[in-house]
Write a protein that binds this ligand. Structure first.
Ligand code: ADP
Ligand code: MG
Length: 349
């Protein structure tokens, strides 16, 4: 009798322990599921695509995904017409620039992915590499290589505290590098690519201050109304070719004109949207053209270049800029010709 009581007691204890352990395990599993669920909640319906590259080979897509989700205001390195740009540090040797853009319609987004896949094949030392992208219900992310020296725009026109002076050799190198990058897009890519948004903030600088062209094709990737707004803004600030206002069509010669404006920025250190021009009712291009006609280039040359600047080289670059800024697109040189001309300037020939 007593023995059976003991057995019953043990059986009851074992049963209770079993039930309790099941409850504990269930709670732990639920907590784990919930934690995971929260992490991936933001990704429902999202898709991350990482292009194969040596830098990203060792990193999993999931790891990149998790890190991008943690980006916050502290990581912002810039913002512009297309959205906010964050710095994404994955480990000590891998860092990227992540651009966040709001999504367009489903149809446009299909085009967006197709064009991004095409961009993945574009590799040139003067063009910023796109490493991958992420599409979520309300936004898209573009993952680019990080350019440690930021944009030419911030170098030339940044706040005086972080404004660094670029010497003539560096400026010439940047002009040549950018010209090579654009020339590659125009002439060597199949199909050829019209950049549509050449400006100093789209010319980025790597650790050796070499130029890399960025944001090519983004104008086509954006929603039409947004592209329009951004184009008008760029036009207002003096980068758009005059014929664009009549035809509304982007052409390679339109890119050449915008590149001419960038050359003027490098030469004069002035921003096309400088308030002084607005006040006087003129533009950077008109102002410089008048001075070059009178052969008084030294009057508009950036004063921070100092007096030891080789004026024969400077004058040649002024002339190249004038050719790019010809009112008739047919009179402007091609980007391949500009590369040639800038190379000749370099050797002093
Ligand atoms: N790959 C990159 N590496 C470093 N900085 C970048 C990169 N891409 C963009 N930036 C910075 O973010 C800023 C905003 O870029 P963007 O959104 O393209 O606008 P915009 O070209 O109109 O300035 C740029 O001016 C630049 O300083
Ligand atoms: Mg840009």
């Amino acid at each position: 009798m007593r023995k059976s009581l003991v057995i019953a007691f043990f059986v009851t204890i074992c049963f209770i322990a079993f039930v309790i352990s099941k409850i504990v395990i269930s709670i732990l599993l639920y907590k784990r599921w919930k934690r995971k669920h929260v992490i991936y909640e933001g990704y429902t319906g999202g898709k991350m695509v990482i292009f194969r590259s040596s830098i990203l080979k060792s990193l999993t897509t999931e790891m990149v995904l998790k890190k991008t989700q943690k980006l916050n205001n502290k990581d912002i390195i810039g913002s512009g017409g297309y959205g906010v740009v964050y710095e994404l540090k994955l480990n000590d040797s891998a860092a990227f620039a992540v651009k966040r853009m709001n999504r367009g319609t489903a149809e446009r987004d299909k085009g967006f992915e197709r064009e991004l896949q095409a961009m993945a094949d574009i590799k040139h030392r003067n063009v910023v590499t796109l490493h991958g992208y992420y599409t979520a219900p309300h936004y898209n992310l573009l993952i680019y290589e990080l350019m440690p020296n930021g944009s030419l725009d911030s170098f030339l026109h940044g706040r005086s505290a972080n404004k660094k002076v670029l010497d003539w050799k560096t400026r010439h190198g940047i002009a040549l590098g950018a010209a090579r990058g654009i020339s590659y897009l125009h002439h060597d890519c199949i199909p050829h690519i019209i950049h549509r948004d050449i400006k100093s903030s789209n010319i980025l600088l790597d650790q050796n201050m070499e130029a890399r062209v960025s944001d090519f094709g983004l104008a086509t990737l954006m929603e039409p109304n947004k592209t329009h707004v951004s184009t008008i803004v760029a036009g207002t600030f003096g980068y758009l070719a005059p014929e664009y206002f009549d035809t509304g069509r982007a052409t390679v010669k339109g890119d050449v004109y915008s590149f001419g404006v960038v050359l003027l920025e490098l030469l004069t250190g002035k921003k096309p949207s400088d308030e002084a021009f607005m006040e006087e009712g003129t533009k950077l291009v008109t102002w410089v053209k008048a001075v070059v006609q009178e052969k008084k280039e030294e009057l508009v040359l950036d004063s921070s270049l100092g007096s030891c600047c080789p004026m024969h080289e400077v004058n040649k670059v002024f002339n190249i800029a004038m050719m790019c800024l010809e009112p008739d697109p047919l009179d402007r040189p091609t980007m391949a010709e500009i590369v040639n001309l800038l190379e000749k300037t370099e050797t002093g020939s």
